[in-house]
Design a protein around this ligand. Structure first.
Ligand code: HEM
Length: 217
């Protein structure tokens, strides 16, 4: 079972398949737009849809390490960078929907909104935190920063996901079940991470993220 899973993960089709899967929400959006089926409020629909996919992809990215360890399939790591970059891609679309169709490129008004509305402030912070992570996701940057510093920087993905959850929780007016569910998933992932780093004996030679991320072209 584990061997066949590894074979699938290591096949040369696995990365293109994950790539297409990550693109499918965008294809779905394009399909609905093409058929003029983006509801009576298309801007709100796109904003919510891209926001949802940002948060889902962030949580999926954060699940890779726990899943690798629990299922004992280290090869899952091959997909982590792609998933993280897709989360960034969807947050860019989310942000563009906000500054474009929503705020009509009125950057002054947008900045006031960031200052005034706490859910926008925290969402903006979540977005800004992802920028250096996306920029430094290449092998070259891992080498330049050194494994430890790179890993420390990339832990900010937890803070960004937390900002995403709080952003969602604050913007929802009545039914908080979904943001709370995302928050619970994030808490479990964070506890797993803390638990495994506290319990694990330190290796004599740390494995560099370059070795871990056998996924950079
Ligand atoms: C990590 C960053 C972010 C995440 C994870 C995120 C996630 C979300 C989610 C899950 C929703 C609600 C979707 C739904 O109701 O189905 C949402 C809505 C929204 N987000 Fe974000 N977001 C982020 C950053 C931002 C930024 C940077 C802005 C703008 C500066 C923004 C503006 C909005 C707006 C205006 C809405 C709709 C609010 C409403 O209709 O009441 N978000 N976002």
């Amino acid at each position: 079972m584990r061997d066949s899973l590894r074979q699938i993960l290591l096949s040369r089709w696995s990365k293109p398949a994950v790539f297409l899967l990550c693109l499918s929400p965008l294809a779905f959006l394009g399909w609905r737009a093409f058929h003029a089926d983006l509801t009576a409020n298309p801007v709100e629909f796109v904003q919510h849809f891209t926001g949802d996919w940002t948060l889902r992809l962030l949580l999926i990215t954060l699940s890779i390490t726990p899943l690798r360890k629990l299922l004992n399939v280290p090869d899952l790591i091959r997909f982590r960078r792609m998933l993280g970059l897709f989360a960034f891609f969807y947050v860019c679309l989310h942000f563009l929907t906000y500054i474009g169709p929503d705020q009509a490129f009125n950057f002054g008004g947008m900045w006031k909104d960031v200052e005034k509305r706490p859910f926008i402030t925290v969402g903006f912070l979540g977005f800004v935190l992802l920028i250096p992570l996306a920029l430094t996701s290449t092998r070259g940057w891992i080498r330049r920063l050194g494994g430890k510093r790179w890993q420390a920087l990339h832990r900010f993905v937890y803070v960004s996901a937390l900002c995403g959850v709080v952003h969602y929780y604050w913007l929802v007016k009545s039914d908080h079940r979904l943001p709370l569910l995302y928050g619970a998933i994030l808490a479990v992932l964070l506890l797993f991470r803390l638990g495994s780093s506290l319990l694990k004996p330190r290796p004599a030679v740390a494995v560099s993220p370059v070795q871990q991320t056998n996924h950079v072209p």
